[in-house]
Ligand binder design. Structure first.
Ligand SMILES: Cc1cc2nc3c(=O)[nH]c(=O)nc-3n(C[C@H](O)[C@H](O)[C@H](O)COP(=O)(O)OP(=O)(O)OC[C@H]3O[C@@H](n4cnc5c(N)ncnc54)[C@H](O)[C@@H]3O)c2cc1C
Length: 450
């Protein structure tokens, strides 16, 4: 099969998914090849090539069936990671009814389930040249509680206890009045023209539908904008698995956590991978677990580390980036480096790493805080969808900042607030008066100015 046939076949496969209610779309053709390399030399790749494992070998037909509508809400948020929690809480605090759909049994996404414990990119250089805080709002609110309770340490990049964080996220969500559906995977949407009518989900009851006025894609993998057929870019990154070790008190292994006895570390490869290739990700996971067990056995042979044991392998595999929205305006590397002020700013990102820019090595301390425009959360076609977290619209070159937990919460808070305001004003998010959104975000202590 040549490449063109292959793309056609893949589009056919995806079209067949429409039997579930998802809109038939050639999502493969929606992706973009840029060939651009990640600017700081870290593994990363952009490609629309579908992995060999996912080559189509015929079709089966699913019988048409009716899916019961079991609930409705102003806003349905798909995904309960840092982005989704911030979106759901901020929308509910604005008075909207919110249902959050989460395929695992806890909140926090990669933060808690991926055992990715440090909240990075909260600081950067401000316009006055000082190293200063970039993120406020819900991110600061959660981190302040975690730090005050001793469930995290390091004010600049709070490194958290994962179970305490799950507790705090559940409590925050409950206090805000959000309904969470755990162990429920969103599997598609139904549409009327350019609007999402309902989100379909799968749980052990079977398939269910939830009606909504607005939807927020906080799935990390852009599931919703893939189903709606909005354009996006496919990116590949290395995949890792994090783990916790116990019995570490006084030992120099792994990275510290708030619990002296518990350390965390990561195992993985450095080659860019397709995080949506279920075959490849599954075999990587098996390899990580086997290698990890052997790594710990080795440690236990050493008299100094003989009491160290494997406490937990992250239940969520460490997939960094897959689909990234081609939004109304993707934030560019240049904009992030040149103090670009957006009229529609909805928050700011701090800095994660140093990198090369225009032939110069820019240290972390020299990198500016950068603004995030509202348009980077808006898809090109679907009129009642907002996107947040690691799949909102940004350049490959700023991936390392844009997907950090704090930036995910900043985009989540803006998406949730905008969804609630659009519901209240009965307008499409694209038509929302940005000044009203900015005013609400400022009231919620989100930082908008450099
Ligand atoms: C190995 C690794 C190390 C990292 N290190 C750091 C670090 O040190 N500091 C830092 O700040 N960031 C780090 N990151 C990045 C950061 O953890 C993520 O980018 C961030 O958690 C993304 O948040 P999110 O809400 O967009 O997505 P996620 O955290 O991926 O959450 C998405 C949620 O959506 C759910 N979901 C997905 N699809 C569906 C569906 N169809 N139906 C229902 N639910 C669904 C998932 O179960 C998940 O809970 C790291 C990432 C990795 C992989």
């Amino acid at each position: 099969m040549d490449r063109r046939d292959f793309i056609k076949a893949s589009a056919g496969l995806l079209a067949s998914v429409s039997a579930t209610g998802a809109v038939a779309q050639d999502v493969v053709a929606g992706a973009i090849i840029s060939g651009e390399k990640f600017s700081d030399g870290k593994p990363g790749d952009v490609s629309n090539a579908v992995s060999d494992h996912l080559k189509v070998d015929g079709y089966v037909k699913e019988p048409a069936h009716r899916i019961p509508v079991v609930a409705s809400a102003d806003i349905v948020v798909v995904g309960g990671g840092p982005g989704g929690v911030a979106a759901a809480v901020s929308a509910a605090r604005e008075g909207a009814s919110v249902i959050l759909i989460e395929k695992s049994s806890f909140l926090g996404g990669l933060w808690t389930g991926g055992l990715v414990l440090p909240v990075l990119a909260t600081y950067g250089r401000n316009k006055a040249g000082e190293w200063s805080k970039a993120t406020g709002g819900i991110c600061a609110e959660l981190c302040d509680v975690l730090l005050a309770k001793g469930w995290a340490f390091n004010a600049e990049s709070p490194r958290v206890d994962p179970e305490a964080t799950k507790y705090l996220l559940d409590k925050t969500i409950l206090d805000a009045g959000v309904r969470v559906l755990y162990n429920a995977s969103a599997i598609g949407v139904t549409m009327s023209g350019s609007r999402i009518d309902s989100v379909l989900l799968n749980c052990n009851t079977g398939r269910l539908a939830i009606k909504c006025k607005m939807a927020v894609d906080a799935s990390g993998d852009g599931c919703l904008f893939n189903w709606t057929g909005d354009p996006y870019e496919s990116r590949r990154y290395h995949i890792s698995t994090s783990y916790l070790m116990g019995g570490c008190k006084g030992k120099k292994i792994g990275s510290r956590t708030p619990n002296e006895d518990m350390r965390f570390s990561t195992i993985g490869t450095r080659s860019p991978e397709d995080g949506l290739d279920v075959f490849r990700v599954s075999s990587l996971l098996q390899k990580h677990r086997l290698d990890l067990w052997n790594r710990i056995e080795k440690l236990r042979e050493d008299p100094v580390t003989k009491d160290v044991y494997l406490m937990e392998v992250a239940p969520t595999v460490g997939i960094r980036v897959t689909r990234v929205l081609n939004s109304l305006h993707n934030v560019t590397l240049e904009e992030s480096m040149e103090w670009t002020a957006f009229d529609d700013v909805i928050g700011m990102s701090g800095i994660c790493d140093p990198f090369e820019y225009k032939g110069r090595r820019i240290t972390k301390k020299d990198r500016p805080i950068w603004q995030i425009p509202y348009r980077s959360l808006l898809p090109q076609q679907t009129s009642n969808l907002l996107v947040c977290g690691r799949c909102f619209g940004y350049d490959q070159g700023i991936t390392w900042d844009a997907r950090e937990i704090s930036t995910c919460m900043v985009t989540g808070q803006a998406a949730g607030t905008a969804a609630a305001l659009s519901t209240a004003y009965r307008c499409a998010p694209k038509e929302l008066e940005v000044k009203k959104l900015q005013q609400k975000l400022r009231e919620a202590k989100v930082r908008l100015d450099f």
